[in-house]
Design a protein around this ligand. Sequence first.
Ligand SMILES: Cc1cc2nc3c(=O)[nH]c(=O)nc-3n(C[C@H](O)[C@H](O)[C@H](O)COP(=O)(O)O)c2cc1C
Length: 218
Amino acid sequence: MEVIQAIQNRQSVRKFKSQDVPDSDIKKLIEAAGLAPSGKNSQNWYFVAIKNHELLQKIANVIKEKNEQIAKKMDELDEEKALRFRKFAKNFTLFYLNAPVLILTYAKDYFPSGFYEYHLIDAPRHLSDKLFQRNPGMQNIGAALENLTLRANELGYGTCWLTSQNYAADEIETVIKNEIGFEKEGYYLTTMMALGVPEDNLKSPRKKDVEEIYTLIK
Ligand SMILES: Cc1cc2nc3c(=O)[nH]c(=O)nc-3n(C[C@H](O)[C@H](O)[C@H](O)COP(=O)(O)O)c2cc1C
């Protein structure tokens, strides 16, 4: 498959067939992710693939609990907004439950060039904050995950990149730590990627025309 074909075919998949994804294919996706470029070749990523549905259910449960905690506090301020949040936040837990695999991506902090130097010269705080806004460490993760999604597409799989549930990331990390003993010093959860064989005829939202996102200067 041509790279452009995988790019054009890729779409977020939120409905999966019940078909399994062989372990060997998951490994191919992670290999592709690991070939991505990263600032100073830091490769500040780590992946945990979960096929165990009991564990997926436990992750969904902690997200639900966190939703309810937030919604209850919102109830005191604005019941209508709390109701809307309850309806919307349900999606954060359900997309991946019918996916045969969920890949968690952990990242380690990456300190942008200039950060230590700013510290040394006692530069104003907003300057180093700006460096983090451009966040090369998280750009690394994006590059790795895009590789993963394109390779998935090439192998006939679909993915959905999930970050909305990140307000419950600490709780999810705790479940993973308690249930499978996984913990990696300095790493934190950034993303969950649902993976599986896509259902047919899924739609994607429109993309901006190239003229809207591009300026050429000669
Ligand atoms: C960083 C990032 C975070 C995303 N988070 C979510 C999410 O939490 N839930 C979800 O359903 N889709 C999520 N998506 C998928 C986007 O909604 C999707 O990429 C976008 O609507 C364009 O559709 P397409 O992927 O089909 O082209 C995320 C995508 C990215 C790149």
